[in-house]
Design a protein around this ligand. Structure first.
Ligand SMILES: NC(=O)c1ccc[n+]([C@@H]2O[C@H](COP(=O)([O-])OP(=O)(O)OC[C@H]3O[C@@H](n4cnc5c(N)ncnc54)[C@H](OP(=O)(O)O)[C@@H]3O)[C@@H](O)[C@H]2O)c1
Length: 355
């Protein structure tokens, strides 16, 4: 179902009740009015993430709002209206940013109001689909690879879920950092993982612990693990060499194994911290928590990443651009898995189409 864009209408895609992708419903409401310090953004592209699937599917998660509510962690678009007290941006300016100030999201809409401090100007001429793919995925990759993982040029890194939205961002930033990279992915994604500079490992048919040991001899310096689960994290820990760091940032395994993956991952990382063998398991805040507490870091890093995009030094992998009203189809793609990169919702046509 594709709907014509109508500036008088604000479509919001809401979770009408918890359940499968079919619970996503398009409603029409008046565009929201920006509060003091806020900006109304006319959304051109909104990111779809694994986080959205969890909040759509399960009730009683920390911070979960009452239905109906809109998902969408990141948006790219145009400044439409300024709230009182905002002087840092101008109507018509292209901006992007995360929606964490609103709780679980709100980006699946034609218009969204966000605090001005969460929005960063976008260099002229960029594709909103690529811009929005930078926000959550590349900020997460930067936070966990550079800041928490503390990688240095020449180090060896294993990236799990290497063909995913976060995984492809990790490989592109890892290449810029001069890392020797290995990446787990399904076989059909291996060409992409190789093209992004990593040695691919098929996690479905190969034992990644054995493979890493045979490829490297003494293991890797850092493992970035967005898959999670007690067994998976324990195996990730085993491929670390002396002084290695295990960075756990997500639970993609929830898709197959359910919500239990999160608590089990927390428990095993807590226990692994206690092992006195010189390996480290740093505590990893989520991007939303970290960005809320470190607005300056968020703005500076996102601005740097957008400059890298404008200079052609990073190129987000956009799996698909899907009309806003077909958000349910976007969720089905993520649930089916096997896609590569970021799935993006778009509100219009024309300039948003891939070049
Ligand atoms: N901490 C944070 O702030 C933060 C921020 C963003 C995302 N995350 C989390 O990070 C995770 C990944 O997010 P995403 O947006 O990259 O998701 P995504 O685009 O759906 O990618 C998930 C990837 O996981 C791979 N995968 C699934 N099971 C695997 C396994 N057993 N071994 C290796 N790879 C496996 C899939 O690979 P194939 O398709 O190749 O099979 C897929 O590419 C999610 O849990 C998300 O919630 C956390």
């Amino acid at each position: 179902m594709n709907e014509a864009q109508n500036d008088d209408n604000n479509r919001r895609v809401v979770v009408s009740r918890h359940g499968g992708p079919e619970v996503l419903t398009v409603i029409r409401v008046d565009p929201p009015e920006p509060d003091v310090g806020e900006v109304r953004v006319k959304v051109k592209a909104a990111g779809v993430s694994a986080f959205d699937l969890i909040y759509r599917r399960w009730r009683r998660l920390p911070g979960s709002p009452r239905v109906p509510f809109a998902l969408g962690e990141d948006v790219a678009g145009t400044v439409d209206k300024l709230g009182r007290g905002v002087s840092s941006l101008e109507p018509g300016q292209e901006v992007t940013g995360g929606t964490w100030a609103q709780g679980v999201g709100g980006g699946y809409a034609d218009y969204v109001c966000l605090p001005a401090k969460e929005l960063v100007p976008v260099p002229v001429g960029l594709d909103p689909g690529e811009v929005v793919s930078v926000v959550v995925n590349y900020l997460t990759a930067h936070l966990h690879l550079n800041r928490i993982g503390g990688v240095r040029s020449g180090e060896r890194v294993l990236v799990h879920g290497a063909a995913g939205g976060v995984g492809t961002a990790l490989l592109q930033l890892g290449k810029l950092a001069g890392l020797e990279m290995y990446g787990t992915a399904s076989r059909h994604n291996h060409e992409l993982v190789s093209a992004l500079g990593a040695t691919p490992i098929d996690y479905r048919t190969e034992d990644f612990v054995e493979r890493i040991h045979s490829l490297t001899g003494d293991g890797v310096d850092v493992v970035i693990d967005p898959v999670g689960g007690a067994r998976h994290l324990w195996r990730s820990y085993r491929v670390l060499g002396k002084g290695g760091r295990l960075v756990w940032l997500g639970s993609a395994a929830t898709n197959e194994k359910g919500l239990v993956v999160g608590p089990l991952s927390l428990l095993i990382t807590f226990l692994l911290k206690l092992v006195p063998d010189g390996k480290q398991v740093p505590t990893c805040p989520t991007l939303g928590t970290f960005a809320k507490a470190h607005n300056e870091w968020y703005r500076e890093t996102l601005t740097e990443l957008l400059a890298l995009l404008a200079a052609g030094r990073i190129k987000p992998v956009v799996a698909e651009r899907i009309p806003l009203a077909e958000a349910a189809r976007a969720h089905k793609i993520l649930e089916r898995s096997g896609h590569a990169g970021k799935v993006v919702l778009v509100t219009g046509t024309g300039p948003l189409s891939p070049p």
